[in-house]
Write a protein that binds this ligand. Sequence first.
Ligand code: PMM
Length: 282
Amino acid sequence: MPESGRCLVMGVVNVTPDSFSDGGQWFDADVAIRHGLDLVAEGADIVDVGGESTRPGAARVSLEEELRRVEPVIRVLSQEGVTVSVDTMRAEVAEAAVAAGAKLVNDVSGGLADPAMPRVVAATGVPYVVMHWRGHSRDMDSRAIYSDVLTEVAEELRKRVDSVLAEGVREEQIVLDPGLGFSKNAEHNWALLAGIAELSDLGRPLLIGASRKRFLGRLLAGPDGEPRPFDDCDDATLAVTALAAQAGAWCVRVHSVRPNADAVRVAAAWRAAAVPHADEGR
Ligand code: PMM
């Protein structure tokens, strides 16, 4: 993984016709590749390529179709020297993606959707994003029930870590993600963002995916209560990025890369400047 001493920026390329925030825009392989290269030019450290929409209510795509969508894009971007991650819940897709050059597996189900996933990731040795997940998109909103979301998400992530370790994944491979919007309502998402420090106590780097999600549109609703459209939530995403980076997130997953890449640099400068003073007088 790129070593930068600051929060990393993962740019999103959804090779799907129906993703929440950019569905259809990068569905053609050549267009997706060009977009991935543009994101790197804008400052992305990693380009996350996905072929299956996880928007609430989305139906699953077949294995063959998912492979057809992502494999060529990953191969070309990797050949161009881009650090690519594959956003997939399927072990076969993860394996093919790593063979095509992917350097990270981003599994929104944290190994729950496909029991073969942890063993495949263990064999590849690449970093593994284990996201908090309670079920597939078609009915994930009905599982957004918590009495203390931060404690419960941390506990469920801890269990996933134990489980993937038991399948041979090495601890150093694991990155954790609270899974904003996945079986979480707006209140849950804010509690998890406010709990980044506590989630960091799980001992693994944290990835945060807030970009253009529904809870931002709800926060920014107009006087009529209409949520702000997702494509008008990039400034709010940027604010989350700055705060998440300041709170110690390892990486943010975003659609609009350039401003977020600037924000993580600001946060890094801020943190670096704060360190010497923190030691003064001790
Ligand atoms: N969110 C989406 C897709 N993949 N992966 C991780 N690790 N974390 C996330 O929060 C996440 C993800 C859904 O967002 P999109 O469909 O708007 O890209």
